[in-house]
Design a protein around this ligand. Sequence first.
Ligand code: ADP
Ligand code: ADP
Ligand code: ZN
Length: 216
Amino acid sequence: MDVILFGPPGAGKGTQAAGVSEALGIPHVATGDIFRRHLRDGTELGELARRYMDAGQLVPDDVVVRIVATRLEEDDARGGVLFDGFPRTVAQAEKLADWLHEHGRRIDAVIDLDLADEVIVARLGGRRTCLSCGATYHVVANPPASEGVCDRCGGEVVQRDDDREETIRARLETYHRETAPVLAWLKDHARVHTVDAAQGIDQVRADILAALASDS
Ligand code: ADP
Ligand code: ADP
Ligand code: ZN
């Protein structure tokens, strides 16, 4: 199954991805995580992405599509993928649909995590992220058991540079201008389930799994 977790920054895509990926038995592919790994490793791609990420803008489509295509060639991606943070433009969505079609696959389901802007700002401002594995926490809603230490891998948990106030605003603008229109495109090309992302983490997870179960 190929599934897209769609929604604004801070909607809870990363938080929900681990459970959904496990439940469906497909790998979690998050373009933001891939870019952050390149940043950490100091690659050329990481340097290129940094400029856009720091400004709250999107990395150019050709670059994003290339890294996703490379990821999709890996063995574990043959039976389907859970996409998180991709596609973020209509051009990316079209390229993804083409790639899947060429490989006898399609976008089987889209989960649209719906959340108001005020809540987004509060979530991103309190978000903390593991430098090693990418797991996300929240200072109030979902803190790690021991402050600054990842529950999952023991890595260091810090605030992402782009989770500071000014960049959060820029990312929201980018979302409304470039990414929100992708939802209309997806509704014309796949089955979209809207989930109320303002609920507690467990309820959101239950709603996502129920929506996906109703598809199969
Ligand atoms: P969030 O979890 O807050 O939605 P991500 O970790 O998904 O943020 O993305 C961080 C940054 O990486 C984005 O602000 C953007 O600069 C870049 N990025 C991630 N995915 C994409 C994509 N599909 N297209 C363009 N840029 C992307
Ligand atoms: P995304 O990947 O969509 O950008 P994240 O999963 O990183 O979003 O979540 C953004 C922030 O909101 C994190 O700090 C996370 O711990 C917190 N969060 C996620 N889901 C919920 C929820 N249902 N209720 C409260 N806080 C949440
Ligand atoms: Zn970790």
